[in-house]
Design a protein around this ligand. Structure first.
Ligand code: GTP
Ligand code: MG
Length: 196
């Protein structure tokens, strides 16, 4: 798998620090603590590529990882619980909005949600943005190891059917960084978007 060669590229505090807007990019978004950094580590087979933490709000920058030349994964700052002051949080939100609005090489958005708490307000904001932008969306319902397989499957189906009629390509799956469940499906989606 090409994804195993992924390397850290750069962190950007502001939009103008992002790598040149060329090639293909897939971004990982979701509430703080949803498991974005853990998913990137699991999918790339590298334990500490993206920094994870029990303290929400760990990822404070846009972090870029290069799979191969011109093919990148982006770990976006988690929205929600971050224990930071309001000004900083507003600044991140501004960078996140700006990234989504302006990034032309963005091919798809992976929205990660804790399978026990799907589709909170902030998640719905991103779903709506995907609809308006016509941006393909892939939902990873993370921490599936916290539910029985049957419960996890049912949740995925409920979430997917509640978004029926979404005007952009939308797919959903269960995922666990702990057990590795769902990795093959996620690889397929990322590989398709990044033309790997
Ligand atoms: P921010 O950087 O704050 O936005 O968080 P994040 O979305 O990057 O979450 P992170 O990957 O740091 O994970 C948050 C916590 O959830 C950590 O304690 C992880 O160990 C845990 N976690 C992540 N994925 C899983 C999973 O699949 N199963 C279980 N049981 N725990 C997980
Ligand atoms: Mg993180």
């Amino acid at each position: 798998r090409l994804l195993r060669q992924t390397q850290f590229l750069t962190s950007a505090q502001r939009l103008d620090q992002c790598p040149p807007d060329e090639g293909l990019e897939v971004a990982f978004a979701g509430r703080s603590n949803a498991g974005k950094s853990s998913a990137i580590n699991r999918l790339t087979g590298q334990k500490s590529l993206a920094r994870t933490s029990k303290t929400p709000g760990r990822t404070q920058l846009l972090n870029f990882f290069e799979v191969t030349e011109g093919r990148r994964l982006v770990d976006l700052p988690g929205y929600g619980y971050a224990k930071v002051d309001r000004a900083t949080r507003q600044q991140w939100q501004k960078e996140l909005d700006g990234y989504l609005a302006e990034r032309r090489c963005l091919r798809g958005l992976v929205l990660l949600m804790d399978i026990r708490h799907p589709l909170k307000d902030f998640d719905r904001m991103l779903v709506d943005w995907s609809a308006e932008a016509g941006m393909p969306l892939h939902l990873l319902l993370t921490k599936a190891d916290k539910l029985s397989f049957g419960q996890a499957k049912t949740t995925v189906m409920k979430v997917a059917s509640s978004l029926k009629g979404h005007p952009a390509p939308l797919t959903a799956q269960l995922f666990s960084s702990t057990s590795g469940a769902g990795c093959d499906d996620a690889w397929d989606r990322l590989g398709g978007w990044l033309e790997l």
